[in-house]
Design a protein around this ligand. Sequence first.
Ligand SMILES: C[S@@+](CC[C@H](N)C(=O)[O-])C[C@H]1O[C@@H](n2cnc3c(N)ncnc32)[C@H](O)[C@@H]1O
Length: 293
Amino acid sequence: MHVPVLLQEVINYLQPQPNENFIDATIGEGGHTKAILEHNQPQGLVLGLERDQDLYAKLAPLKKQFSDRLILVNDSYAYLEEIVKQNNFFPIAGVLFDLGMCSWHIDESGRGFTYKKDEPLDMRFDQGEGLTAGDILNNWSVNDLERILRDYGEERYAFRIAQAIKEYRKKNRFVSTSQLVDLLKKTLPRNYDNHRLPFPARTFQALRIAVNDELRNLQKGLEQALKVAAPNARIVVISFHSLEDRIVKNVFRDAQKQNKVKILTKKPERPTPEEIKRNPRSASAKLRAVIKN
Ligand SMILES: C[S@@+](CC[C@H](N)C(=O)[O-])C[C@H]1O[C@@H](n2cnc3c(N)ncnc32)[C@H](O)[C@@H]1O
């Protein structure tokens, strides 16, 4: 079960009031949504988006519990504006983005999201479209591989890894995560990153971002959320790595410069040591929030 991150902080910043409507752009297993639905009763709604079909299917009991107060859409927040219009979901008092993957993706999906398990190299949230991580490793040019490792993984050994992938696939095809982990082990220095990060972490992050086009989608989703939200609506975003956080920070800063919003978090909110102890997955979380003018 996914433990919602920064739950109290999300509620503090969204401030859901009775009968207000909210969007949960990344409903996942519904932890944050459930808390919002408890605060905005009796008639407040939540429009929940989830890109992953399998996770979406798992939301049936939550839908049954909250019935007409929960509207679910199996699609990407990259199409937020269109989805809002299709559902005539106005006025919107707040939007939440809780980025990245759920615990379920790591623990149960079997799609290669973690270097800790030997699984097929898929990494797609939406299995109905797009390239898998294996497709990228087997087919992309060395330059493109180097670019995603550098830009999406902030990997200083991007060139070295891209070259190693090129050599490896002369004789092999990438099928499973363990092949990639073994190759990285042979390619990267033993004291990689002074042991601050496990050696496969940046490569796996880069592949996941590329497979799901996560950064471009985030930019689109945030801009559309700012557009569709009502005056005084709150937009809250939880990110889990510096690339995401940079996009959130820049979109919010630009919107404030244009007098569209006021930033509520001068510095991002971080989980308390108690939360990190309870839920280690929260350790890298950063929450930023704005209120629309
Ligand atoms: C960190 S989890 C959300 C957890 C949720 N807040 C909870 O409490 O259960 C992020 C979710 O966003 C989904 N997701 C990723 N990219 C998405 C996108 N572009 N549009 C909609 N959902 C997306 C993932 O499949 C994942 O389930």
